[in-house]
Design a binder for this molecule. Structure first.
Ligand code: GAL
Length: 846
């Protein structure tokens, strides 16, 4: 009886515990941190935008985030995706927000939901659905009744949905924080006095929705009380919130930067990113978010603009395809572990900040029971040796050391213990006998898109129309067409000196056809000026201008009004006499979108596809179709569009986005190796100058069947689709790392002095691990303990080298998936006394 009673009690306790696990958490904040169930929290967050990947990818992305040491997943909410037409909602597929939030919860992570609903985010029109622009009397992002009504309606819709699914922490869900608006403070001066009342209204509207968790506004110094104002930027250690009652929070730490068509590729060295994070926690920060942790892909026509690329890789710790970017991911994971080792002291108190010399700073978080310290060298040139609490510490320039017990270094931002892992795109054979492009070619079929007006809904209008007002962004394409009669005696027909068609457009691409033939084209962000010598004939002539948008603007005051298209002037000049005729004011015929878009060619189902040879290539405006088998294996798939011009592509009817491999990055600004020391800027570290901005385009695995997949291209510029190839992104054939004797021991082995004798303190270790579970280390390409030089892929021996290096590393690693090598003379002998030595290894897995 007694025994049974105890059993019952235990069971009751268990049930209670389970209930507690899903019941409400109380989230508040104080001047130090977000407070969850009465406890201040040190939180590490990362952005993953759910529509930039697929639901099939989400669990893995979230797991990799968790393994990387994140506590929180941050995402914007994308209004244009959820309400593509007014009152017609979409929460399916990539827009299944509820599923995404639940998956984060399932992994044990919190969620920061940035509702906006203006989000910027390099997303088309900053996340606003374009129909919003046509609401009578509307003015965006200001104290305007129609706008506020729509903003409130959508925000309420999202909050209600989250509540209905019990997703707020106050209901037992993962959402601990919500954001309203986005960086309005950066541009609010342009909106005058109405900006102030708009921000006040936004805050009280948000609060009235009663989520039970705090709200934040980012980059909003005048955020009203109770809204936490947070910082965005490459560094936020100098930031202070606008009230003594608010914690210091960083909502966007840019892990790299976004790519534009025509631009080189930005990257941000992990030493600098880790430095920025460590500096933030050193100076009292308690919440930091990587924007982006996984950037992903701008599928369909979702990329912002103008001219944002389809890839939104962002040089993030998880790459566009969902693979770990190493050593970035690994070094940050180690950083997060080191910060968490300090959590008790960090949440208990304020830092005491002291100078250790010029550019040298210590921050100590000390309570009666705990002590953690951060030592920083913010100088950009020289390494330093500092004395702290009577001990000496080596601090590389632009680095922070983290001492969870105020004594022993667990981590230094400039000393990487995590190996670089190569990734490569491997061209795939799609057919058993090799799948050459020639073979694919025979299977291509095509449909020519008519040049000029072909749809019955075309309409006449005098003058030149702005594009977004005309298309409502239903399509990238707008035809401007003009018929003109030229009499035999007109000066435009002079032999030997052609007439010149002058066109001005405000973006982003324009093709000019004269009598059905492409005469010239150009592109630009906000301004295109073309002067095209043209052949006219006596009698009727047709001028067809195809104007193309490449992502609507997403940033800046009044970005919604910048517009696009051929807004003029458009004139025809006689090269000989110099006289010119104004065409802008004439009667133009307009066609929104292409015929093939209306007839649904994207799915590939139309009976009109032509399989005749030869396939027309290098001609503008051709739709192409082929079928293909999925590359074998489970690795992520990309199409290499080299050989094509510009257009949109669909796989099995799903748009993989705009492709534009002929958009070439400028020649200037790239560096072979970028010095991480010193302040980062978006254009500080660039690669890929003079090369296409983007040739590879992600095709999510889940969109593919094993065989018989349909690929449709709308090639607007002219290209040869038979040149495209399929690739898979492979990871892990080459590992590479250099660890010096001055590196901290692996953070996983860190133990505070109270628990370990000095002698036993672990030494630095070089760890190698083949990421693919079926692979082992098969060869050592380079190994040197001494003073090796260079970086991964190009290590060379220095003046000092232990002759045993290679054989020792081979012995310890070959045939194993992982190996650990202590970086010490105990293992490698003493090749040169009085010098700090390093171990550099490059290994292959297979
Ligand atoms: C910020 C903005 C983000 C994103 C970022 C650049 O200003 O809040 O949404 O656009 O810049 O990637």
């Amino acid at each position: 009886m007694v025994k049974g009673g105890r059993k019952m009690k235990m069971m009751l306790l268990l049930v209670l515990q389970i209930v507690v696990a899903v019941t409400a958490a109380n989230v508040t904040y104080d001047h130090r941190a977000l407070v969850i169930d009465g406890k201040r929290k040190i939180l590490i967050s990362g952005s993953i935008h759910y529509p930039r990947s697929t639901p099939e990818m989400w669990p893995d992305l979230i797991q990799k985030s968790k393994d990387g040491g994140l506590d929180v997943i941050e995402t914007y909410v994308f209004w244009s995706g959820h309400e593509p037409e007014k009152n017609k909602y979409n929460f399916e597929g990539r827009y299944d927000l509820v599923k995404f939030v639940k998956l984060a919860a399932k992994a044990g992570l919190y969620v920061h939901l940035r509702i906006g609903p203006y989000v910027c985010a390099e997303w088309n029109y900053g996340g606003f659905p374009v129909w919003l622009h046509f609401v009578p009397g509307i003015k965006f992002r200001t104290d305007n009744e129609p706008f506020k009504a729509e903003m409130q309606r959508f925000t309420t819709k999202i909050v209600d949905l989250m509540k209905q699914e019990k997703l707020y922490a106050s209901q037992g869900g993962p959402i601990i924080l919500s954001q309203i608006e986005n960086e309005y403070g950066n541009i609010d001066s342009a909106y005058g006095a109405a900006a102030k009342s708009y921000i006040k209204w936004s805050a009280s509207m948000a609060l009235s929705l009663d989520t039970g968790v705090p709200w934040n506004m980012c980059q909003q110094a005048d955020a009203p009380d109770t809204m936490i104002n947070t910082c965005n930027g490459f560094y936020c250690d100098q930031f202070t919130p606008n009230s003594k009652n608010k914690p210091k929070m960083w909502t966007e730490n840019w892990s790299g930067w976004f790519l534009g068509f025509g631009d080189p590729s930005p990257y941000r060295p992990v030493e600098d990113l880790a430095f920025a994070v460590a500096r933030f926690y050193q100076r009292g920060g308690t919440f930091q978010n990587y924007y982006m942790y996984h950037g992903g892909t701008n599928f369909d026509r979702t990329s912002g603009g103008p001219l944002i690329s389809t890839s939104y890789d962002y040089d993030a710790p998880i790459d566009e395809y969902g693979l770990l970017r190493q050593s970035k991911w690994g070094h940050l994971r180690d950083l997060h572990k080191a910060i968490k080792l300090c959590e008790d002291s960090l949440i208990a108190t304020e830092p005491t900040i002291t100078s250790l010399g010029s550019n040298l700073e210590a921050a100590v978080y000390k309570t009666s029971g705990s002590c953690s310290a951060f030592l920083a060298n913010v100088g950009t040139k020289s390494d330093a040796t500092v004395t702290f609490n009577g001990q000496s510490y080596h601090l590389p320039a632009w680095s922070v050391s983290i001492l969870p017990d105020c004594k022993n270094v667990a981590f230094n931002t400039a000393k990487i213990n995590s190996a670089t892992v190569s990734t490569a795109f491997a061209r795939q054979s799609l057919k058993p006998d090799g799948g050459s492009s020639a073979e694919l070619c025979s299977q291509w079929s095509y449909i020519k898109e008519p040049i000029g007006i072909s749809k019955t809904d075309a309409f006449l209008k005098p003058g030149l129309l702005e594009q977004i007002n005309t298309t409502a962004d239903k399509s990238d394409y707008l035809w401007y067409s003009l018929r003109m009669d030229i009499k035999g005696d007109e000066t435009f027909l002079d032999e030997g000196s052609k007439a010149v068609l002058h066109i001005e457009s405000i973006g982003q691409v324009v093709y000019a056809f004269i009598n059905g033939k492409l005469a010239g084209s150009g592109h630009g962000k906000q301004k295109i000026t073309l002067d095209i010598p043209v052949d006219l004939v006596s009698g009727k002539n047709t001028i067809d201008l195809l104007s193309v948008t490449v992502g609507l603007a997403n940033y800046g005051a009044f970005f919604d009004l910048v517009g696009a298209g051929v807004t003029g002037p458009v004139t025809l000049k006689s090269a000989k006499s110099g006289s010119s005729v104004d065409l802008a004011s004439q009667q133009w015929t307009y066609q929104v979108g292409l015929k093939g878009e209306d007839t649904g060619l994207a799915t590939g189902d139309s009976p009109e596809w032509v399989s005749k040879t030869p396939l027309p290539t290098k001609q503008p405006l051709v739709w192409y179709k082929t079928t293909f088998d999925a590359p074998s294996g489970s690795e992520p798939v990309a199409i290499d569009f080299t050989g094509t011009g510009k257009g949109i592509a669909w796989v099995n009817g799903q748009s993989i986005g705009r492709y534009w491999p002929t958009s070439i990055a400028g020649n200037n600004g790239c560096t072979d190796s970028c010095d991480y020391r010193g302040s980062y800027r978006a254009n500080k570290c660039l690669k890929n100058c003079g090369k296409p901005s983007q040739t590879l385009y992600h095709v999510p695995r889940s969109w593919l069947k094993p065989s018989g997949n349909t690929l449709v291209l709308l090639e607007e510029m002219g290209g040869d689709p038979t040149q495209i190839s399929f690739t898979t992104k492979q990871t892990g054939s080459s590992l590479c790392l250099m660890v010096s004797q001055s590196h901290p021991a692996p953070v996983d082995t860190w133990t505070s002095d109270s628990k370990i004798s000095k002698k036993k303190r672990t030494r630095p270790v070089l760890s190698l691990h083949c990421p693919v579970s079926t692979q082992v280390i098969s060869s050592i390409k380079f190994a040197s303990f001494g003073t090796p030089k260079g970086t991964c892929g190009s290590f060379t021996h220095g003046h000092c080298n232990s002759s045993r290096s290679l054989s020792l590393v081979q012995k310890a690693c070959i045939g194993l998936r992982s190996c650990n090598l202590e970086v010490s003379t105990r293992v490698f002998g003493e090749p040169c006394r009085g010098v700090v030595k390093s171990l550099a290894v490059e290994a292959s897995c297979s």
